[in-house]
Write a protein that binds this ligand. Structure first.
Ligand code: ATP
Ligand code: MG
Length: 553
């Protein structure tokens, strides 16, 4: 265990209590040498970063112990599910770098689940109840008071068998009857007060069609799914802790040998992030975002389109670790992991926004020279690229001030700065349009200061980047702010200014950028050519993340 901690460099909380449990089980040969986990999404939406935590945990645990991990669709609720989601879920899991041992459907076990429900009835452990939903709630009692037994609780086994059969045959309307486990209406755990295990729903199911009009409830279905698949450790989030006695009860009644064990961990919450498929679906349906893969969405598809790498998400999941205590992680940590990953992977490009034209009056009119500029200062293996430099250039609007404030070391009239990878340049004159806006800056360069020449004659304080005007490529840039921000009441609300479009001039090599290609725009941040919007003729970049980290340990 200590070894794993060292390898990952993860904090104490990531020591992963789940692995401690597994280690003990292996020692006691509880499941022999087997470790078998599963990731069980309900195909009712796209996966989000919270699911990534569960995916990493389940698949990495299987990998660590040379075990198996199934991808199982929890498709026991026929109303909300959609095949579009199935394809998206698989793409996301693969993109994160995991592969499942088997892809399975909970609905494939409907026959078996029905058979086992009949078995429960025969044992006197389940009964058909005619109370409606409101009555069931009323009878259930509260945390302080015990519940009341249903008047239908004493039905005979024969009557229950007949009624359950009739429920299945479609004799009753939705909600008219349910099958309930017969456990204990006085249990301090409300989940044990004769929970409903089958309900009627006259709805077509994508897998079983109209074969069934009764569907098993999650708490009954899930342990059976796990048991059928030979799952050893069924990892789920903390809300299910109070359901564990029911999970165990079901498998005990069904006399399952070496039943799987449910282990709960704290779900991931992130600042500035809604993490529920239901809410995310509403944003999509109401057109508040541009689909499930909108680059502002916390979905895996959205993060991918935004420019996140699978490595950065896996690193994040490892760093936050697994614990039993709910907490909210600062989204800045996720961004930090992304920067750490991109830092050594991507090449730099010169891009200027809000451009100001520069004319170098002492540079020959028809000359262009190709300057060699390093792609990534920290990673020499990424080599150099050739960037054209000539008499007319653009610099960033933010890199010039006509009347400089204190400690401003960039371009202003009379000041000399280094043009990154090129020469020292002095601004001599500001030429304006009639309306007072700047038309161009007349500058001069000093040929002997050429980058790489070893010039040591004098030093300048500012270094700025530039783009050659003749060959500049105009690009569209999409800058993002958080989709959700805290309102005055301290609740997360939709940020009306989460997308801002701008444009810039880029050095000519940008014309070759393929959709999905990432760069550091020198001094601006990390960007990706948008998968959907980038074409041969027009390059559209998403700002992935800025260069500066706001994350504090
Ligand atoms: P949501 O409420 O967003 O719809 P869910 O839990 O209903 O999420 P499922 O498809 O049922 O979504 O979840 C699949 C698995 O992912 C479950 O094991 C669930 O516990 C896990 N999971 C979902 N959200 C999170 C989260 N925020 N952090 C960690 N694990 C999560
Ligand atoms: Mg769910």
């Amino acid at each position: 265990m200590a070894d794993t901690q060292k390898q990952t460099g993860a904090p104490e909380s990531a020591s992963n209590f789940i692995h401690n449990i597994i280690d003990k089980d292996l020692e006691n040969q509880k499941y022999g040498d087997r470790v078998h986990t599963r990731f069980p999404p309900e195909p009712n939406g796209y996966l989000h970063i919270g699911h990534a935590k569960s995916i990493c945990l389940n698949f990495s645990t299987a990998e660590k112990y040379n075990g198996k991990c199934n991808l199982r669709y929890d498709d026991t609720n026929p109303v909300k599910e959609d095949m579009e989601y199935v394809d998206a879920i698989e793409a996301d899991v693969k993109w994160l770098g995991f592969s499942w041992d088997e892809r399975l459907w909970a609905s494939d076990y409907f026959d078996k689940m029905y058979e086992l429900a009949v078995q429960l009835i025969k044992k006197g452990k389940a009964f058909v109840c005619d109370l409606n939903a409101d009555q069931i709630r009323e009878y259930r009692g509260t945390l302080k008071e015990p519940g009341k037994e249903s008047p239908y609780r004493s039905r005979t086994v024969e009557e229950n068998l007949r009624l359950f059969e009739e429920m299945k045959a479609g004799k009753y309307a939705d909600g008219e009857k349910v099958l309930r486990a017969k456990i204990d209406m006085a249990s301090p755990n409300i989940n044990m007060r004769d929970p409903v295990i089958y309900r009627i729903s006259h709805t077509e199911h994508h897998n079983t069609g109209s074969k069934y009009c009764i569907y098993p409830m999650y708490d009954y279905a899930h342990p059976i799914e796990d048991a059928i698949e030979g799952i050893t450790h069924s990892i789920c989030t903390l809300e299910f802790e109070d359901h564990r006695p029911l999970y165990d009860w079901v498998l005990q009644q069904l006399e399952w040998e070496a039943p799987p064990q449910q282990i709960e961990f704290a779900r991931l919450n992130l600042t500035n992030t809604v993490m529920s498929k239901r809410h995310l679906k509403a944003l999509v349906d109401e057109g508040k975002v541009d689909g499930w893969d909108d680059p502002r969405m916390p979905t895996i598809a959205g993060l991918r389109r935004r420019g996140y790498t699978p490595e950065s998400i896996r690193d994040f999941c490892e760093r936050i670790g697994v614990s039993k205590a709910n907490s909210t992680v600062d989204v800045a940590l996720l961004e930090h992991c992304l920067r750490e990953d991109l830092k050594t992977k991507v090449e730099s490009r010169n891009v200027v926004e809000d451009p100001i034209k520069i004319v170098i009056t002492n540079y020959p009119e028809d000359q262009t020279e190709d300057l060699e500029i390093e792609n990534n200062r920290e990673v020499p293996e990424l080599g150099n690229r050739s960037v054209p430099f000539s008499r007319e250039l653009y610099v960033d609007g933010a890199d010039f001030m006509e009347e400089p404030v204190k400690k401003y070391f960039r371009l202003f009239p009379g000041n000399e700065v280094r043009f990154k990878g090129a020469y020292f340049i002095t601004c001599n004159e500001v030429i304006k349009n009639e309306d007072g806006t700047i038309r161009e800056l007349r500058c001069t360069y000093d040929p002997q200061t050429k980058s790489g020449s070893g010039f040591e004659g004098r030093k300048v304080k500012g270094t700025i980047h530039w783009v050659d005007a003749k060959t500049a490529v105009k690009i569209r840039i999409r800058n993002y702010d958080y989709l959700m921000v805290e309102n005055e009441a301290g609740e997360l609300a939709l940020n009306p200014d989460s997308l801002e479009e701008s444009w810039g001039y880029a050095e000519p090599s940008i014309a070759k950028a393929a959709p999905g290609e990432r760069f550091q725009f020198f001094r601006h941040g990390y960007y990706i050519a948008d998968e959907k919007l980038t074409t041969e003729d027009e390059k559209v970049f998403n700002k992935i993340v800025g260069l500066k980290s706001s994350w504090k340990k």
